[in-house]
Design a protein around this ligand. Structure first.
Ligand SMILES: NC(=O)c1ccc[n+]([C@@H]2O[C@H](COP(=O)([O-])OP(=O)(O)OC[C@H]3O[C@@H](n4cnc5c(N)ncnc54)[C@H](OP(=O)(O)O)[C@@H]3O)[C@@H](O)[C@H]2O)c1
Length: 277
């Protein structure tokens, strides 16, 4: 049995669907699974990653775990999992562990701490370290739908956006093959594209012209999504600014692990066009 956490999220939802399609026994954890609409045959399970001791029931009969990195407490989750009989963990980590300084970058710190905790728990592990999610463009959906505009800083910031279902395809390949134990995979999309290029690509996918209104850094900070701490928004803007001059690397890890190349941002935009109209 495989337990998928973060099962209602961008990646976890695709992991659940792919495992169910592969005929695997899957349990999907969410704080409120009643609204999740998991595929037929998937066991829905209520649980909160911020209360690790309460998760023992979720781990019963589970040998493999897809773990969404929680805000904290990964060590306790890993310990409870190991005591319940879990053997292998596939951790949804982040490229930030390799690209940023955990002393000043909270995203890097959270994922680096989770990787260390999983290693130390004595579980077999594989770390998935995606760079930018294509799904981050969903943050533009509201103003695209209402006003045909994207407001952001640094239109020439370069991304290597990865389709969430490509991260999931890697996760499933890894969950089903222990040969991936003790590997960390840097995951990216197949090509670099600027933010302005992403907006043009979405415009093509929905057949509607879109404007890019350039914000100053201060305006972008003030307009950060509700719930995003200012220091996280600052580091994301730092990352975007740096990428104007230095393109992020592109890796072939999706193809190496799954046998199929990563999907282009244009494909992601077509797959998600309905979110922008
Ligand atoms: N965005 C990027 O560019 C990027 C790049 C690299 C790595 N990452 C990492 O990828 C992860 C985000 O993945 P995603 O986009 O697939 O997720 P997401 O769409 O943001 O969804 C979050 C998921 O986590 C679950 N969750 C959150 N807190 C929980 C808790 N206390 N207990 C149980 N479940 C909890 C939510 O479940 P509920 O149904 O219970 O709410 C939901 O399924 C983050 O760790 C992020 O740092 C993101």
């Amino acid at each position: 049995m495989i337990l998928v956490t973060g099962a209602t999220g961008n990646v976890g939802r695709c992991v659940v669907r792919r495992l169910a399609q592969a005929g695997e026994r899957v349990r999907a954890l969410a704080r409120d699974p009643s609204a999740a609409g998991f595929p037929a045959g998937v066991q829905a399970c209520t649980g909160d990653l911020s209360a690790p001791e309460s998760l023992a029931h979720a781990f019963e009969g589970v040998d493999r775990l897809f773990l969404f990195t929680p805000a904290s407490g990964t060590g306790s989750i890993a310990r409870v999992a190991r005591e319940a009989g879990v053997r292998r963990v596939v951790l949804l980590s982040s490229a930030a562990t390799q690209k940023a300084d955990p002393r000043i970058n909270p995203i890097a710190a959270r994922h680096a701490a989770a990787e260390a905790a999983v290693r130390e728990a004595g579980l077999r592990w594989t770390f998935l370290r995606p760079d930018s999610f294509a799904a981050n463009a969903c943050a533009w959906a509201d103003t695209i739908r209402r006003e045909g505009v994207v407001r952001a800083a640094y239109p020439d910031a370069q991304r290597n956006p990865i389709h969430e279902d490509d991260v999931a395809a890697v996760a499933v390949a890894v969950l089903l093959d222990a040969a991936h134990d003790s590997h960390a995979y840097a995951l990216t999309g197949p090509a670099v594209i600027t933010q302005a290029g992403q907006v043009r690509t979405i415009a093509e996918a929905i057949g509607k012209p879109l404007r890019f209104e350039v914000l100053t850094r201060e305006q972008a900070l003030a307009a950060r999504p509700a719930g995003t701490p200012v220091e996280v928004a600052e580091r994301l803007l730092d990352y975007a600014l740096k990428s104007v001059a230095t393109a992020p690397a592109v890796t072939d890890a999706v193809e190496r692990v799954t046998g199929r190349p990563a999907r282009a941002f244009a494909q992601w935009a077509r797959d998600h066009a309905a979110a922008f109209v």
